[in-house]
Design a protein around this ligand. Structure first.
Ligand code: NAD
Length: 256
């Protein structure tokens, strides 16, 4: 049970981040949602989660591509007991044609943001003698595919940062781990299914099995609830000695 703990989840107004935030709220944690927008619906989402699960939930706007914003998010939240570094973007292009601004944005949002939020969150965790840092990496933090150089470099970097932070916090009641999802069925992925069906002239089930999940041996998507559940496990007492490691939630992808 995480009641009384405060969890910041970066990039959490949709997809995996939102799923993780809802799961932590179910466990009783107070929630800080985040993205770079500041819309009424962002704040309404936090209000709804708070009301549904009987916890305090707030939305704080901060752009994870900007280091000072990342640190300001943690300070505006008044520190946190649980930090989930989830914000991330993707761009696909051959390395010799990769747009420099996309490279820089992906490294900033997918990797450097976790450095900044972790640096800002650690002093408070040390004071309280308890902390959980969960970095949402990827199967692409452990293995590669062509045309995703920035994403894969950043996610491998997240795994390296995870191990280093674990060593620097070992024995202090703080753990730092990375979750490495394979394909997760998020609204973004869901929205690609109709196009893929058209391009390949296949029905939904076939395009999922034969095209989208070709590298995922289970041929099943992971769900945001499963990533949330894995995060909650890493925050539980049973996981107190799990630190500096990765947990794959990838239907066997990295076992291949
Ligand atoms: P998504 O696009 O639904 O969510 C990304 C979140 O990050 C959104 O809430 C978005 O608003 C936020 N975000 C983007 N840029 C931001 C910025 N500059 N500042 C603050 N927030 C920002 O995608 P998702 O699939 O839920 O991805 C979440 C994380 O999971 C990412 O790090 C992604 O790399 C990782 N991941 C996803 C999959 C998958 O199959 N969906 C697989 C492995 C890893």
């Amino acid at each position: 049970n995480l009641s009384g703990k405060t969890a910041i989840v970066t990039g959490s107004n949709s997809g995996i981040g939102l799923g993780v935030a809802i799961e932590l709220a179910k466990q009783g944690a107070n929630i800080v949602l985040n993205s770079f927008t500041d819309r009424a619906e962002d704040h309404a989402l936090a209000e709804r989660i708070g009301a549904e699960h009987g916890v305090r939930a707030r939305y704080i706007k901060a752009d994870m591509s900007v280091g000072e914003d990342c640190r300001a998010l943690v300070h505006a939240a008044g520190g946190c007991d649980i930090l989930v570094n989830n914000a991330g973007i993707q761009h696909v292009a051959p390395v010799d044609e990769f747009p420099v601004e996309k490279w820089n944005a992906i490294l900033a949002i997918n990797l450097s943001s976790a450095f900044h939020t972790t640096a800002a969150a650690l002093p408070g965790m040390r004071e309280r003698g308890w902390g959980r840092i969960v970095n949402i990496a990827s199967a692409h933090g452990l293995t590669a595919s062509p045309f995703k150089s920035a994403y894969i470099a950043a996610k491998h970097g997240v795994v390296g940062l995870t191990k280093t932070v674990a060593l620097e916090t070992a024995g202090q009641g703080i753990t730092c781990n990375a979750i490495c999802p394979g394909y997760v069925l998020t609204p973004l992925i869901e929205s690609q299914i109709p196009d893929q069906m058209k391009v390949h002239n296949m029905d939904r089930e076939t395009v999922i099995r034969e095209v989208m999940l070709l590298r995922q041996p289970s041929r099943q998507f992971a769900t945001v609830e499963e990533i949330g559940g894995t995060t909650a496990f890493l925050c539980s007492a049973a996981a107190a000695q799990i630190t500096g490691t990765t947990i794959s939630v990838d239907g066997g992808w990295t076992a291949l």
